[in-house]
Design a binder for this molecule. Structure first.
Ligand code: SF4
Ligand code: SF4
Length: 133
């Protein structure tokens, strides 16, 4: 089984948008802001002032009154340049810290399968992080 097949075996996005609502916002770094700015033909400063607020010291994307990310409109309107945090989900390091996090995340994301072994989850997350770096 190839790594890609293994990944698709344990996660398949249903495009429900649940991960684009609430949860304290989407953290963005300078590379994310530059990519979004180029995609929207705006300056990075404009993206920061219009679409970001600080959470502590880190910029996060603003949310609409309904709780959805500023860039959500029945789908992600910046999909080709969506922030690293959105691209990585649900293959994140906290799953390697405690695999139980995978099953907790599944309560928030219907695309995450749970009827699989911890070993398969860890192997897939490791492989996805390795190939994303
Ligand atoms: S909550 Fe999960 S299934 Fe729904 S859009 Fe987000 S990643 Fe996809
Ligand atoms: S940038 Fe796109 S994928 Fe990320 S939270 Fe906003 S709408 Fe969702």
């Amino acid at each position: 089984m190839s790594p890609d097949e293994a990944v698709s075996d344990i996660f398949e996005c249903r495009r429900c948008g649940d991960c684009c609502r609430g949860y304290g916002g989407t953290v963005v770094d300078q590379a994310d802001i530059r990519a979004i700015a180029a995609y929207l033909d705006m300056t990075p400063e404009r993206i920061r002032s219009r679409y970001c607020v600080l959470s502590g010291t880190r910029p996060v994307l603003t949310q609409q009154p309904n709780g959805y990310c500023a860039f959500w409109d029945r789908l992600c309107t910046i999909h080709p340049v969506k922030p690293r945090m959105c691209r990585d989900w649900p293959f994140i390091r906290s799953v390697l810290v405690d695999v139980a996090n995978w099953r907790i995340m599944a309560g928030l994301c219907p695309g995450i399968r749970t009827d699989i072994s911890d070993g398969q989850i860890i192997a897939c997350v490791k492989e996805k992080i390795r190939t994303a770096s």
